[in-house]
Design a protein around this ligand. Structure first.
Ligand code: NAD
Ligand code: DAU
Length: 333
């Protein structure tokens, strides 16, 4: 029986990937609720079947709008967020409004309408690991967020847990590592460096570039979320990762090599305040209990395809590029 899904933040990088994934792999109907902030882009939702897809522009913190939509759907997948650490260090307020109050508004609607709720979160809620620590994050790692972004995501996770325990809301949570792929905003690390190279600007590496991120292709994140929506146990948290640990210096050098430039043709710039050193995900629970596995085994091939996408889709990102670079330049980044 096809479901009616509400996807918040479906005009963003990962939310739009999930919408394409669901409409391609199921008979479900999807409504996207998205405020279209600077990070939302309707062009990311082109080519979807009109009889199974609907877009609504609105704020997840707007209770009347949210309640009207919850009434019409069977389940909700909640991606909408302020998502960029550097922005949160510059102006934390929108992170509180959307990530905390917005999630609270959705949870109250899930409670009132008794709807299945899946909350999308991040590995950053666990803080960071040392470079030489053999440990990886698991579902039992204590919360220890570092930035305004990650602390508001941690707060939103805790709200979900409380609404499950106190009100019986039928919710699951997933915490995923760093995503890459097409349609990612040029403020983020990989697209920023790719579009810098396309524009003839030298890539910018924060500090020494030893920080490690655990990269996963956005398509694999989407298949994992659909698996949890279909088979996840209520009240449970699942970590999503694809064993993709790499340091930032290696990623920049790989991008430069793939575009035929000298691998050292980049600049070291001012480090991020409070910069987390390393993230690493142990996704054993999701793999063994729900049978999920990633399909992108080769980071270099995925990165090469991502570079090609930014080369052929300059119209998608060009309007944002100059403003993003001006923001970073003002901070010496
Ligand atoms: P994004 O910034 O690309 O997209 C966010 C979307 O949410 C945009 O379309 C924006 O318009 C919308 N939005 C923002 N505030 C809203 C509001 N108040 N009401 C309605 N819509 C609003 O973000 P992303 O990278 O696609 O991340 C999506 C989710 O995945 C976030 O919850 C983020 O914490 C989580 N996540 C991201 C990553 C990653 O690597 N990007 C990894 C793990 C988890
Ligand atoms: O771990 C999951 C998180 O991954 C998500 O929750 C966030 O929404 C997402 O933005 C991402 O957070 P990061 O802060 O890890 O991603 P970002 O792309 O901003 O930076 C990745 C790394 O690259 C980080 O160590 C900072 C560094 N960096 C970033 C930029 C923009 C640079 O060295 N140079 C840059 O220009």
């Amino acid at each position: 029986m096809p479901r009616k899904l509400l996807v918040t933040g479906g005009a963003g990088f990962i939310g739009s990937n999930f919408v394409h994934h669901v409409l391609a792999h199921t008979d479900d109907h999807v409504t996207v609720l998205d405020k279209l902030t600077y990070a939302g882009n309707l062009a990311s939702l082109e080519g979807l079947p009109a009889d199974r897809f609907r877009f609504v522009q609105g704020d997840i913190a707007d209770a009347p709008v949210v309640n009207g939509l919850f009434e019409e759907v069977d389940a909700v997948v909640h991606y909408a967020a302020e998502s960029h650490n550097d922005n949160s260090l510059h102006d934390p307020r929108p992170f509180l409004d959307t990530n905390i109050i917005g999630t609270y508004t959705l949870l109250e609607a899930a409670r009132a309408h008794d709807r299945r709720f899946h909350h999308i979160s991040t590995d950053e809620v666990y803080g960071d690991l040392e470079l030489d620590d053999p440990a990886r994050f698991t579902e039992h790692t204590p919360y220890n967020p570092s930035s305004p972004y990650s602390s508001t995501k941690a707060g939103s996770d805790l709200l979900v847990r409380a609404w499950v325990r106190s009100f019986g809301v039928k919710a699951t949570i997933s915490n995923c590592s760093n995503n890459y792929g097409p349609y990612q905003h040029v403020e983020k690390f990989i697209p920023r460096q790719i579009t810098n190279v396309i524009r003839g600007i030298r890539p910018k590496l924060y500090g020494a570039g030893e920080n490690v991120r655990d990269w996963i292709h956005a398509d694999d994140h989407s298949s994992a979320v659909l698996t949890i929506l279909d088979k996840g146990e209520m009240g449970e948290t699942y970590l999503i990762g694809a064993d993709g640990e790499k340091n930032n210096k290696d990623v920049v050098e790989q991008i430069l090599t793939l575009v035929g430039k000298e691998p050292d043709a980049y600049d070291h710039v001012t480090d991020r305040a409070g910069h987390d050193m390393r993230y690493a995900i142990d996704s054993t629970k999701l793999r063994t209990e729900l049978g999920w596995a990633p399909s992108y085994g080769n980071f270099e091939a995925g990165l090469a395809a991502t570079i090609d996408w930014y080369r052929t889709n300059e119209a998608w990102w060009a309007a944002s590029k100059d403003g993003v670079e001006a923001f970073y330049a003002a901070k010496g980044q």
